[in-house]
Design a protein around this ligand. Sequence first.
Ligand SMILES: Cc1cc2nc3c(=O)[nH]c(=O)nc-3n(C[C@H](O)[C@H](O)[C@H](O)COP(=O)(O)O)c2cc1C
Length: 217
Amino acid sequence: MKSARTEKTLSEAIAQRRATPSFDGAPIPAEDLRQILQAGLAAPSSYNLQPWRFVVVQNEEQKKRLRGAAYNQGKVEEASAVIVACGDADGWRKDLDLMLHRGLEGGMPPGYADQARDSVTNYLTSFSSDEMHGWLNKQVMIAFTQMMLTAETMGYDTAPMEGFEQERVHEVLRLPLSYWVVALLAVGHLKGPEKFDGGRFEMGHTVFGEEFGKPLK
Ligand SMILES: Cc1cc2nc3c(=O)[nH]c(=O)nc-3n(C[C@H](O)[C@H](O)[C@H](O)COP(=O)(O)O)c2cc1C
């Protein structure tokens, strides 16, 4: 069992984070894993519907099976834990009452709750399957990013992954049909050399001010 080595500030974690190429496989203490997951669960989501679902894979055999569903990427098996980040397309149907109940307990105005019930239902029932997947991707990736950066602040190394086969991950994890697998987050400790730093485009390449094409002053 290997705890995190160093605490980093958020800006240090953002500056120093790399997509980790290889992990040493030492298990993560359960309380550290819970802290990482808790950071994801604290994320914002549309109407606070929290449609994310996470499956944490730590068992050696299960990691091996998951690797097979992820184009044989070695880090899936080497990581201490792989957090499989999913969205549940039916989550809002099941959780709307709970979300409103919690909201009302926390001071949500009752008029807002009545309005939210209608607008959530109208909005989400209008979605095609592709639109629902796009909506889930948005929500789940915020929680995913909060977990990734929290793990990094705790001194862990991480690797985000989209290289997997949706249906095969479903089979390995025995996921309900309404689940949509968004991304895998490998967490652990780097083994061997760090990946090269590919750098980033300068701000003028990707950021505009006021309208497309105008530089930010
Ligand atoms: C959503 C997402 C999916 C990714 N999927 C993979 C993957 O399946 N396999 C992999 O080796 N790297 C994957 N990466 C890592 C990227 O290649 C990496 O973040 C990028 O090259 C920048 O490098 P850096 O993160 O070290 O700065 C993924 C990154 C993101 C954000």
